[in-house]
Write a protein that binds this ligand. Structure first.
Ligand code: SF4
Length: 413
């Protein structure tokens, strides 16, 4: 039984007589936990032949590979809880019991795959949609999820290079494009500083910037009053201006803020390209958990009978995404790993970022040139943030923030 002895981690316990065809029944004990995928991999290393059987479904293997259709692929991550086998002389059939308890992770995965397939049935995503691909964690999860739901799809992944993307992110997307030709990079040609000066800077949030812009144009309106007071017809509104920012509604035209930055640097670029490729539906990696406007939108945004936007990740959590990344071996940009440890990788230094202070400290230490670019672009907003003590307490270079030896070693690793 030499072929049995060389399966690492398995112990074959005989549970009956050897029959006239020289096969013996066994129960297999394991010296560690095996997922179904690991189990099959170990058996295939032996180069024998036989069958795997789970819940009445069978797959034949021979000489290190499964040679029939494999019905078990989706269960590879499940744990093997019990296994018997029968065989001898290079042939062994396995009857495997796997842990079929469906975890919350799997329920969500199945739900999201079913949703994507249903929307595809209804609106033909394969021919009418594109993925707004930022190269960030959500986008990478989304791209893989769409592939699981719609195998072999050719849906374009469009990356808008705004000019304020992290250089490491641009490199990552270019590298990804080499192995996935569905990734298309479109480049922004506007002068960013001039655009911000002309159309207004983002300040605090899209909602706040929009209200300041409206105030500059029309002075007070009902919308602005509701935003400032946080009350609409006696009820609390979703968005309320923090007391510390109410001074921005005292003198129209004084603060050059607006919510146009996203449109001028990103969305306009996408829309033009979208028209060119004639794909009306935008699939995004938005998640409600991120808060702001996102917390209040649905999975599907329609206009008349048409669907405009589809957000398959809207209901998933950060924790679920990390499990997905681990199980599906999703590759991410290096900015998500030490020494950077970024949680988000949108436009660098964007004044909408809640963790702006930490972001600038990291940039000052590890990405000094990009830090300088941020100071140049966003100075009017950063100065105001620091002046009123909102979101930014200080400029890292003024506090002497430097790269430490540990940062340096982490970066080298
Ligand atoms: S995310 Fe921020 S920096 Fe990027 S386009 Fe929108 S407002 Fe501008």
């Amino acid at each position: 039984m030499s072929e049995l002895e060389c399966i690492k981690g398995f112990k074959f316990i005989s549970i009956g007589e050897t029959s006239s065809d020289c096969t013996t029944p066994y129960r297999i004990e394991f010296d560690r936990n095996f997922t179904l995928g690991e189990f099959i991999e170990e058996v295939l290393k032996v180069k024998g032949w036989g069958y795997f059987e789970i819940n009445g479904k069978k797959a034949e293997y021979k000489n290190g590979e499964i040679i029939s259709q494999n019905p078990f692929l989706k269960s590879y991550h499940k744990n093997v809880v019990y296994c018997t086998s029968r065989g001898g002389w290079g042939c062994m059939d396995y009857k495997i019991t796997i842990d079929n308890a469906i975890s919350e992770y799997e329920l969500m995965l199945e739900d999201r795959i079913a949703k994507i397939q249903a929307i595809n049935e209804q609106y033909d995503l394969l021919n009418n949609s594109y993925i707004a691909f930022s190269g960030g964690l959500d986008s990478c999860v989304l791209s893989k999820l769409i592939d699981l739901a719609l195998p072999g799809n050719k849906i374009p992944r469009i990356y808008a290079n705004t000019g304020i993307e992290y250089q490491k992110m641009v490199k990552f997307v270019k590298r990804e494009r080499e192995r996935d030709n569905r990734i298309i990079i479109i480049n922004q040609t506007r002068n960013i500083k001039k655009t911000l000066d002309e159309y207004g800077y983002p300040f605090k949030s899209k909602e706040h910037s929009l209200r300041v812009e409206q105030f500059n144009k029309h002075h007070m309106s009902n919308y602005i009053v509701k935003y400032i007071t946080g009350i609409d017809k006696g009820k609390p509104t979703i968005f309320k201006c923090p007391d510390i920012l109410k001074y921005q509604f005292e003198e129209a035209g004084k603060y050059n803020y607006s919510n146009k930055c996203c449109y001028k640097l990103k969305k306009e670029l996408m829309h033009n390209y979208q028209k060119k490729i004639k794909r009306k539906i935008t699939i995004t990696g938005m998640r409600a958990e991120e808060g702001g406007n996102r917390a209040h939108i649905g999975c599907v945004i329609t206009k008349g009978n048409d669907i405009e936007k589809f957000h398959p990740l809207i209901v998933v959590t950060e924790e679920w995404e990390h499990e997905f990344i681990k199980r599906e071996k999703v590759e991410l940009c290096e900015l998500y790993y030490p020494p950077y440890n970024f949680k988000r990788t949108g436009c660098k230094g964007c004044p909408f970022a809640l963790t702006l202070q930490e972001q600038l400290i990291t940039m000052k230490k590890l990405l000094p040139n990009e830090y300088k670019q941020c100071l140049y672009l966003w100075k009017p907003v950063y100065d105001e943030y620091i002046r009123i003590g909102f979101r930014l307490k200080y400029y890292p270079h003024e506090k002497g923030v430097q790269m430490t030896i540990d940062d340096f070693l982490d970066e080298k690793e």
